[in-house]
Design a protein around this ligand. Structure first.
Ligand SMILES: [Zn+2]
Ligand SMILES: [Zn+2]
Length: 125
């Protein structure tokens, strides 16, 4: 693994935040000022391809990157786009699989809310 790739992986693995490529680029440049934006994007693609991180496609917003590779639901703030992991209720996959009699291999589930910080702003707090 190159130094650049290790650095990018470490940024994603170090925190539960699901960061965008631009956020990762800013953090990586703080460590390695010579790093080019294209290098960050290319390495993110390689890490996803090799299954070391997951790419989370967002509606009308930049994709985010996730260190947790097993399927889990996401809680998304519809105002600021912040993404958190949610624990899956027991039997979630089994329930859906039983409904159609199929063997599911994974899922991509996003649930939307307005996060506490955005709720505070909205009410002028
Ligand atoms: Zn928010
Ligand atoms: Zn996640």
């Amino acid at each position: 693994m190159t130094r650049q790739r290790q650095l990018i992986y470490n940024i994603i693995a170090a925190a539960p935040e699901h960061r965008t490529a631009e956020e990762i680029y800013d953090l990586a440049r703080a460590e390695m000022p010579s790093l080019a934006r294209g290098t960050v994007y290319r390495n993110l693609g390689l890490l996803v391809r090799d299954g070391e991180i997951r790419k989370l496609e967002m509606a009308d917003a930049p994709a985010r990157y996730d260190r947790e590779r097993s399927p889990h639901p996401h809680l998304v703030c519809q105002v600021c786009g912040r993404v958190e992991d949610l624990p899956a209720p027991d039997g979630l996959m089994e329930g859906f699989a039983a409904a159609r009699g199929v063997a599911l291999t994974g899922y991509d589930l996003k649930l939307y809310h307005v996060c506490p910080a955005c709720r505070g702003k909205r009410h002028g707090a």
